[in-house]
Design a protein around this ligand. Structure first.
Ligand code: COA
Ligand code: ZN
Length: 301
């Protein structure tokens, strides 16, 4: 089993999309720069969605056209073919698409039926394969839906198989509202790892019920090595009531590194990105390890 964990930093997208304070493009660009300086291997910079639906993501095209240099691989989320086209025009080569596991979540999130969303996902994946664009396919509300309640594991397994048939570069199981528990994660993810292999899978957890990091650990134990997280634990979805922050990148990095799993993330620089997020949001931000880490680094410098 690999001793390397790949972190996909999503603060500039999942972290910012539902914030109620005004956030400028310059601030979003500064955050992207700070996260690149922290050497995050993957970085989702924003989304190509309707600015009426998600005003905080307006102008992602401008960010994509002027990205900093560094080691991070950039990506963006697209909700439909129009978003795919807009994103490709900026030269981005890695995109995320989202299928929600339930009818109502698809309706509320992207105004499409479950069936139409699967058809659209297949269309985008087929086109992306021909055009050399790498796609991460997300299966959202994979444990519980804010509208339809618990989602059966058998449903998620069937949907995962359906999505994998269209050959995404990665299938990401997303606990959009932070309702998963470590046992459910272990059961689902070990079956998926057995079926598709660790390299094809990722997990995306929110910390709504304080189980984010426990769920990461459970997925690690199931063989998953690719995780979404947001610096400072920022996050939330405008269409999923109750969705709180993503699991914090600094906590995921601490967990992995303390167990001998390498992330390559520069924790000290990541703390600077968290300070910047605090400045942007206007309220103290940070994962559970944040104050300990801050103290630790302050003693070292
Ligand atoms: N980016 C920007 N604009 C888009 C767009 C995209 N990807 N897709 C559609 N639009 C525009 C259309 O051009 C149209 O513009 P107009 O009113 O100026 O003519 C308008 O949005 C409505 O188009 P339509 O196809 O009818 O979309 P809709 O109103 O059914 O909304 C989505 C569908 C997907 C665009 C919208 O629900 C959305 O952006 N959702 C994103 C949800 C999200 O980000 N969730 C969190 C992450 S999972
Ligand atoms: Zn999320």
């Amino acid at each position: 089993m690999s001793q390397v964990v790949l972190v996909k930093e999503v603060a500039p997208r999942d972290g910012l999309q539902a914030q109620s304070v005004e956030i400028t493009l310059a601030q979003r660009a500064e955050l992207i720069g700070a996260l690149v300086d922290a050497n995050v291997p993957e970085l989702e910079i924003g989304s190509f969605v309707s600015p009426k639906a998600v005003p905080q993501m307006a102008g992602t095209d401008q960010l994509a056209s002027d990205l900093p240099t560094g080691n991070s691989r950039f990506s963006a989320l697209v909700p439909n073919m129009k978003g795919y086209e807009l994103a490709c025009q900026t030269g981005l080569q890695r995109l995320a698409i989202v299928v929600s596991a339930t009818e109502q979540m698809n309706q509320n999130n992207i105004r499409k039926s479950l069936n139409d969303t699967f058809l659209m996902a297949d269309d985008i994946l087929t086109r992306a394969a021909a055009e050399g664009i790498e796609i991460h396919a997300y299966l959202a509300v994979a444990f519980e839906c804010p509208y339809e309640g618990l989602v059966a594991e058998s449903t998620v397994l069937d949907q995962a198989r359906q999505l994998m048939a269209s050959k995404p570069a990665r299938l990401v199981i997303a606990d959009t509202i932070g309702a998963a528990n470590p046992r459910a994660v272990k059961s689902l993810m070990s079956q998926l790892v057995n079926e598709f292999g660790s390299d094809a899978l990722g997990c995306h957890f929110h910390d709504t019920r304080a189980m984010g990091l426990a769920n990461v650990y459970s997925a690690l134990e199931s063989g998953v090595r690719q995780f979404d997280s947001a610096a400072g634990g920022l996050g939330g979805c405008p269409f999923a009531p109750g969705a709180k922050g993503n699991v914090a990148t600094e906590d995921v990095v601490m967990l992995c590194e303390s167990m001998g799993l390498n992330t390559g993330v520069d924790l000290k620089a990541l703390l600077e990105a968290v300070s910047l997020i605090t400045k942007i949001i206007g309220r103290e931000q940070g994962g559970r390890s944040h104050s300990w880490l801050k103290h630790h680094w302050e003693k070292l410098v």
